[in-house]
Design a protein. Structure first.
Length: 341
């Protein structure tokens, strides 16, 4: 199992250079309310030379497939062939509220989207008349989608973010890797089973397929202290939108923390954000993050590796700290990974 890092845009170059120095395999940039992925990765491509780069993820509602293909080809060319295109359909709140795109038929939309991107990266002109995307859409047959980026990598890897069984099987079927946030070794093992079923649809196994979960990490002498530095991050994620639609709340409930999440939401709705953060169940944080002394974290890394993880990506954005603190997290994770090997 190799290491990755989920970058933040503040200090992204410094973080990526340190990860590269430490032997990390992959640097990922997400996009959401704070930054987009391509801008951060363009900066990092110019400041590194070996580490792999990936969007984790570029959101499908945010751009048409032709734009995604062009961005991917550009970043791959700028980085000397180091880019992986991570894609995801996001969630109803972001898709509608941020991008103005209806969140419907996510599996069908993803399948067509990936098909168009792959065909564009193959280098020829692309026309597509599907249920969700049409190229051309308004009869301009003389100007099909056609990438002229040099060099153009037809085998550029595509990773998909996926949560439910059907989306996991789709990722296994049409993608080269799976990206996942907020998970546990047990959930990874179950998800790998779905990915394997998807691969079997194409007569393939998981050889060469990347399994890349994102995990928060905090080093301290005891677990409770380690969890405290991640509480604000967890409170933010658990507080997004309606709890019925919130994946993180649903996961916490499935893990037996439903009453704790109700108490958390009550405090949040009352405007008590500090109290809400304090109400985040420490057990939930512990099961979905890497907490405690380095040796304990090394043990947890082994559990992720045994579950089928190929690249474990450290979310330095989760910690209530500054750039020097995030750089130290990268070093601590590297030490733990060495002990876990």
């Amino acid at each position: 199992m190799r290491l990755g890092v989920n970058l933040v845009y503040q200090g992204a170059g410094e973080l990526a250079r340190e990860a590269e120095r430490l032997g990390y395999d992959l640097a990922l940039a997400s996009e959401g309310y704070k930054s987009d992925a391509p801008s951060v990765l363009g900066l990092v491509a110019g400041q590194t030379s070996r580490i792999g780069l990936a969007s984790g993820v570029m959101q499908i509602p945010a751009r048409q497939p032709g734009a995604a293909a062009l961005t991917a080809a550009t970043l791959d060319a700028l980085s000397g062939g180091r880019f992986r295109l991570g894609l995801g359909v996001s969630n109803p709140h972001v898709s509608d509220g941020w991008y103005g795109v209806r969140f419907d038929h996510p599996l069908g939309r993803t399948r067509e989207y990936v098909e168009i991107v792959r065909r564009a990266l193959a280098g020829g002109p692309v026309s597509h008349q599907g249920k969700h995307f049409a190229l051309p859409a308004w009869g301009q047959q003389g100007a099909p989608l056609h990438l002229f980026t040099e060099p153009l990598n037809p085998a550029l890897p595509i990773y998909l973010g996926a949560v439910g069984p059907q989306s996991l099987r789709l990722a296994g079927e049409i993608a080269d890797g799976w990206l996942s946030g907020f998970t546990t070794p047990e959930l990874v093992a179950r998800s790998v089973g779905e990915l394997r079923a998807g691969r079997a649809r194409r007569g393939r196994d998981l050889t060469g397929f990347e399994v890349v979960p994102f995990v928060a990490m905090s080093v301290a002498d005891d677990v409770a202290t380690a969890a405290d530095s991640l509480r604000a991050h967890y409170a933010y994620l658990l507080g997004i939108g309606d709890p019925k639609d919130n994946f993180y709340c649903r996961l916490a409930g499935e893990m037996g923390f439903d009453r704790d999440i109700l108490a958390f939401r009550d405090r949040l709705l009352a405007g008590d954000r500090r109290g809400a953060a304090a109400a985040v169940p420490a057990g939930f944080v512990d099961r979905t993050a890497l907490l405690g002394p380095v040796d304990r974290i090394a043990d947890r890394m082994r559990e992720f590796a045994d579950a089928g993880v190929t690249v474990l990506s450290i979310m330095v954005s989760a910690n209530d700290t500054d750039l020097p603190g995030r750089l130290e997290i990268l070093r601590q994770a590297a030490t733990a990974a060495e002990r876990a090997a």
